[in-house]
Design a protein around this ligand. Structure first.
Ligand code: SAM
Length: 347
């Protein structure tokens, strides 16, 4: 059995990893990495460019330098009092605009700390305040959409989209896809960008998400084929025939009322249409949670508990689909950490 002193180095390394991500969070949410993207700046100039306080920026620069995210401009190395800082490769990797950005890890880290603090206190009483807890930190809130998009958008395009024939069928029939709990709308935006005959309708309970979805669809030039609206999944209805209803990381938010939800999903789609549910896959065996791809899900499920939710096993989702007459099939991705369950309505 290892001694405490033998365990210490790996925990010290984990603690420094957490500090790196906390510093990265400050840089991301204040636009500091992007402000340094093109040229080196001293703390004062960086603060001015990002529109934030110079005293804080100076301390952040020193710390970000210590943790390898910033470098001191070679010409300024001798003048330690007011050096100009540039981004290292690690600093560039945290820029939200870098393809495959590491930004989500920084957001997740601070969100995880916030949720842990809430769970620690709530455990005493068992209270589960719900999704309101997610909105308690003003600096985190605007980053949910970008974080989810950066985490899963590329994965969707690379792994899921090519694997499921139903997207090609949707394109062939020029159908309408609905995304319930659409967040910032990235899923429909990517779908209609790839398939020029598909149209999409997104619905989310948060008005701010819907505004963001509309703005990003416009920027991407696909707003003519997309519409977004604020509303509740339980009262969802569209005026035209729908070929596909998707829910991405949204079903576990409404699982308590699954009988109602699956009735709504089944009734929304045309004969031959499909319901496509993408969820983290809660494993059948506890031992699977030790796998590096599954471990973060175990931590997040504690955070979900605070919100009144829990992650689901694909078999539970399949059973709920069968109850309403849909024929389910499960597809696994990411070494089994992600599940897409497709429920088809008979033609
Ligand atoms: C984890 S987020 C996923 C967002 C998006 N689907 C994605 O993958 O990026 C869950 C979303 O479901 C939405 N949501 C949860 N319950 C809802 C409800 N009853 N009606 C509408 N939206 C809901 C939340 O507002 C949130 O945007």
């Amino acid at each position: 059995m290892p001694t405490v002193d033998e365990l210490r180095p790996s925990i010290m390394s984990a603690a420094q990893g957490a500090a790196t991500l906390n510093l990265a969070f400050i840089g991301v949410t204040n636009g500091l990495f992007e402000a340094l993207a093109e040229r080196g700046l001293g703390a004062e100039a960086l603060a001015e460019r990002a529109g934030v306080d110079a005293g804080y920026v100076r301390r952040w620069c020193e710390a970000a330098f210590a943790f390898g995210m910033l470098e001191v401009d070679a010409a300024d190395a001798a003048d330690a009092s007011s050096p100009r800082f540039t981004l290292t490769d690690l600093g560039h990797a945290f820029r939200p605009s870098t393809p495959g950005t590491l930004m989500p890890f920084a957001i997740q880290s601070v969100l995880g700390a916030h949720m842990s603090e809430r769970a620690a206190g709530l455990m005493k009483t068992g209270e589960r305040p719900g999704e309101v807890v997610l909105g308690e930190r003003a600096t985190i809130l605007p980053w949910f959409g970008p974080m989810l998009e950066a985490s899963f958008g590329g994965f969707f395009e690379r792994e899921i989209l090519p694997s499921l024939e139903l997207y090609r069928e949707l394109e062939a029939r020029g159908g309408v896809a609905v995304d319930l709990g659409c967040g910032n709308g990235w899923y429909l935006r990517k779908l209609v960008t790839r398939y020029p005959h598909v149209r999409g309708v997104g619905l989310d309970g948060f008005e701010e998400n819907v505004r963001h979805a509309e703005a990003t669809a416009k920027q991407a030039g696909v707003d003519a084929r997309l519409s977004f609206r604020t509303g509740d999944i339980y009262h969802f209805a569209v005026e035209e025939p729908v070929s596909l209803v998707a829910m991405n990381r949204a079903l576990h938010h409404v699982w308590e009322r699954r009988d109602e939800v699956f009735g709504i999903l089944r009734d929304a789609i045309v004969p031959g249409g499909a319901v496509v549910i993408w969820e983290p896959r809660w494993p059948d065996a506890l031992a699977s949670l030790r796998a590096p791809r599954q471990r973060p899900m175990a931590f997040q499920n504690l955070n979900e508990h605070v919100q009144g939710n829990h992650f689901l096993r694909p078999a539970e989702i399949e059973a709920a689909m069968r109850e309403v007459g849909l024929s389910p099939r499960t597809y696994l991705f990411a070494e089994g950490a992600e599940a897409v369950i497709v429920g088809t309505r008979a033609a």
